[in-house]
Design a protein. Structure first.
Length: 207
């Protein structure tokens, strides 16, 4: 038997699962469970009912031919337990106690679910903050890299030799004109020399 103080205990007649006769059992409501024994002196547990998700209802007198019966439906154990009290007051006391236990279970589960949601939200918020910090670090690194690249480019421009701005086409044209002028001058000189020697018109020298 649990060391926790029972919420309620007392005699009830319980219908057997195979043998449908009602047998007297000592019931103890403790720790959100309804346990039953053969007697208060013989506390060898005969069985227990987990009250999570259960429902409890009064039975019509005609259903089991009992005046003070109630049904306790347990979806977790896939079974309907049928109990009989000695009188109407005991019947209502047991049903009220069982309903309080079931309500307590629902509230505890609701608190646990709420705490789980809050914990998940906290984890999500922390993850978002961490991602934001990472993004800031990446942006800062990118800015630093860009600044370094600009600085290196400026340094390269300052250290590069002066650009040769000479127009090579102009140089070639100047050279060509000078070359042609030299050839013409040479031809005139040769013509003059020939004229002075043999009075040739020099037409044969023109190329």
């Amino acid at each position: 038997m649990s060391s926790q103080a029972p919420e309620k205990e007392g005699w009830l007649n319980k219908q057997g699962s195979i043998n449908k006769r009602f047998q007297k059992r000592w019931f103890v409501l403790v720790n959100n469970e309804l346990k039953y024994y053969k007697s208060p002196e013989n506390l060898v547990e005969q069985g227990k009912i987990n009250l999570e998700g259960c429902s409890v209802d009064i039975c019509p007198e005609t259903k089991y031919k009992k005046k003070f019966c109630f049904e306790l439906s347990s979806p977790m154990q896939s079974r309907v337990y049928v109990m009989e009290a000695d009188n109407g007051t005991t019947l209502q006391d047991w049903m009220n106690s069982i309903r309080r236990a079931m309500l307590r279970i629902r509230r505890e589960k609701s608190k646990m679910a709420s705490a789980a949601r809050q914990s998940q939200a906290s984890v999500s918020s922390s993850s978002s903050a961490a991602l934001s910090t990472d993004d800031s670090s990446v942006s800062s690194s990118a800015s630093d890299s860009h600044a370094n690249a600009v600085a290196l480019a400026q340094q390269y421009v300052r250290s590069a030799p002066p650009e040769d701005t000479t127009d090579h086409n102009d140089v070639y044209r100047q050279w060509l004109e000078e070359s042609r002028g030299g050839k013409k001058q040479g031809r005139r000189t040769l013509l003059d020399e020939n004229k002075s020697k043999d009075s040739c018109c020099g037409c044969c020298l023109i190329m």
